[in-house]
Design a protein around this ligand. Structure first.
Ligand code: F6P
Length: 342
């Protein structure tokens, strides 16, 4: 078979590990041929390809980002986009596609499957908010980066008797905030799943200062105050209709400084959480996803996504991945609340 591979959406540590596993097993075990599509769905849309053989995937396991490039191109938003993809795939002699992406990329994959394109999906997002899989690769790396930042912020916060607000990624789901906050010993963790009362947060901050320790407040970029509007960087939408977030951390630090009289500073971790080398956990998960994906393609089991359920790699319908966002359950947040303000 001649198989196309693409990576779409926000990049994520571990993408190259998936590509490597797909290509290595696909060639050495099954004797398939590969074509790399550049920049997500823009690749097949424009027929923009690159060579993808064993030589091209050598040495990429520890590399962050994606050797194929990525974009948030949505072919369903482009006039004649789907027809163009189909004709380009036919012209290039592509029998099947491995699409590695989050809810947007896999949403396109699911629709294309319905239109007769042979696709197998691989879930990816640092946010860990895709349904049907227990974990996505990239999440563990992002959490470790945020945890390390929190560890460092504790010492400078304490030296200056300041509040340190750390804004992490997570527009609709607070998994990164929850895990990094727990692992880093944050004093308050604020998630998009639950609106927060800024006076209550100020109370936690004051209580922490009374113990002679400085508070670290971890806030997900999508968290919102009780009756306020979501704080937006600007109102621009991307091709999948997402607004660009950012600003809640700064807003919160100003509020906390005014309410507690203690200096506050903000650190926005932003894309640092997505860059650089994947952790061992993410390399292994991404590699196992890649191996599972090429098996599915080889068996002609299209319209499926590989997923982690418990410790097993399984296949689920592509549509399951995007049906429901996996948010933080109330009981998981309640567990963490024990540490707030103490
Ligand atoms: O979905 C992954 C993610 O990193 C989100 O956590 C974040 O809100 C978004 O992507 C940022 O996207 P962009 O790459 O467009 O800045």
């Amino acid at each position: 078979m001649r198989i196309g591979v693409l990576t779409g959406g926000g990049d994520c540590p571990g993408l190259n590990a998936v590509i490597r596993a797909v290509v290595r097993k696909g060639i050495s075990t099954y004797g398939h041929e590969f074509v790399g599509f550049r920049d997500g769905w823009r690749g097949p849309l424009e027929g923009n390809t690159r060579e993808l053989g064993i030589a091209q995937v050598r040495g990429i396991l520890p590399r962050g980002g994606t050797i194929l490039g990525s974009s948030r191109t949505n072919p369903f938003k482009i006039d004649g986009g789907v027809e163009k993809i189909k004709s380009n795939l036919a012209e290039l002699g592509i029998d099947a596609l491995v699409a590695i992406g989050g809810e947007d990329t896999l949403g396109v994959a699911a629709k294309l499957t319905d239109l007769g394109v042979n696709v197998v999906g691989v879930p990816k997002t640092i946010d860990n908010d895709l349904g049907a899989t227990d974990y996505t690769f990239g999440f563990d790396t992002a959490v470790n980066i945020a945890m390390e930042a929190i560890d460092r912020l504790h010492t400078t916060a304490e030296s200056h008797h300041r509040t340190l607000v750390v804004e992490v990624m997570g527009r609709h789901a607070g998994w990164i905030a929850l895990h990094a906050g727990l692992a880093g010993g944050a004093n308050v963790i604020l998630l998009p799943e639950r609106q927060f009362d800024v006076d209550q947060v100020a109370g936690y901050v004051e209580k922490r200062f009374q113990t002679q320790y400085s508070p670290i407040v971890v806030v997900a970029e999508g968290a919102q105050p009780l009756d306020g509007q979501m704080v937006l960087h600007n109102q621009e939408l991307d091709a999948f209709g997402h607004v660009r977030l950012g600003g809640i951390g700064q807003w919160l630090a100003e509020q906390l400084e005014a309410k507690t009289g203690k200096e506050a500073r903000t650190v926005v971790l932003g894309h640092i959480q997505r860059g650089g080398t994947p952790t061992a956990f993410d390399r292994v998960l991404a590699t196992r996803f890649g191996l599972g994906a090429i098996d599915a393609v080889h068996e002609g089991d299209f319209g499926k996504m590989v997923a982690l359920q418990s410790t097993d790699i399984v296949r689920v319908p592509l549509a399951d991945a995007t049906r429901e966002l996996k948010t933080v359950p109330v009981e998981r947040y309640t567990e963490a609340e024990v540490f707030f303000g103490s």
